[in-house]
Design a protein around this ligand. Structure first.
Ligand SMILES: [Zn+2]
Ligand SMILES: [Zn+2]
Length: 229
């Protein structure tokens, strides 16, 4: 399994591009999130042809804003098979469908919707209401010979870690959203991750790395060259 980030910024950190990643697992390539900077980044880096499967953590624009452009590119420029969008629940599928329908008219022409359950190596953790009140979000867990956890946007990390602690032991690498602003309740203030640093390989993302406080022990994806596409 290999993960390469296409950006590590928060919604307004345009210099660091929207947080998103390409993950290779069992010879398939998954795009995790497709915010408003992702499509141009995939084109510039010549990686767009790699995208076969798409997973979305939630429907904020910095996580889905260029999805329609990506799908149109696949169909009109690349002329390849429709990518597969893995959905976590019927309700979330309908939300994604509605979001795409206004832009594409007939989303099924451009993307194939497949339930995530069909992929044993990936599971979703429902984090509803833990980023923004009454708003659907998901974290994802990928398993091969080790485990990769992608938090998505998450203000309250405790229930995700509770669930992780119940899983069979396996080396685990966690990519977790962080904020350096204690007032920001939509994202995880870095000090809330301190109790969980032992036992996991943890990297922070969805932030402006230049704002990292000196006492922050969480390594940032941005500074790990091998994690960047
Ligand atoms: Zn975000
Ligand atoms: Zn968000």
């Amino acid at each position: 399994m290999q993960i390469k980030f296409l950006g590590t910024g928060g919604a307004f950190d345009v210099d660091y591009l929207n947080s998103a990643a390409l993950l290779e697992l069992k010879e398939k390539t998954f795009l995790i999130d497709c915010g408003y900077t992702v499509y141009p980044t995939l084109v510039k880096k010549n990686l767009i042809n790699k995208v076969e499967y798409i997973l979305l953590t939630h429907l904020h624009n910095d996580h889905c804003g260029s999805l329609a452009s990506l799908l149109l590119h696949k169909s009109i420029i690349e002329k390849t098979d429709r990518p597969v969008l893995l959905y976590t629940s019927e309700q979330f599928r309908m939300q994604i469908y509605d979001f795409l329908e206004i832009q594409l008219k007939d989303p099924d022409k451009y993307v194939e919707f497949v339930p995530l359950e069909q992929f044993e190596a990936i599971r979703c953790i429902d984090t509803f209401g833990q980023h923004v009140e009454n708003f659907q979000t998901y974290a994802y867990i990928f398993e091969d010979d080790y485990r990769v956890v992608y938090s998505g946007d998450l203000g309250k990390p405790d229930s995700l870690f509770e669930k992780l602690e119940k899983l069979p032991h396996m080396p685990t690498c966690i990519f977790h959203d962080v904020t350096f602003d204690a007032e920001n309740t939509g994202h995880t203030y870095y000090k809330k991750l301190l109790p969980y640093l032992n036992g996991y390989d943890m990297f922070g993302y969805h932030c402006d790395p230049t704002k990292t406080p000196e006492d922050c022990p969480v390594r940032l994806v941005f500074y790990q060259k091998e994690l960047m596409a």
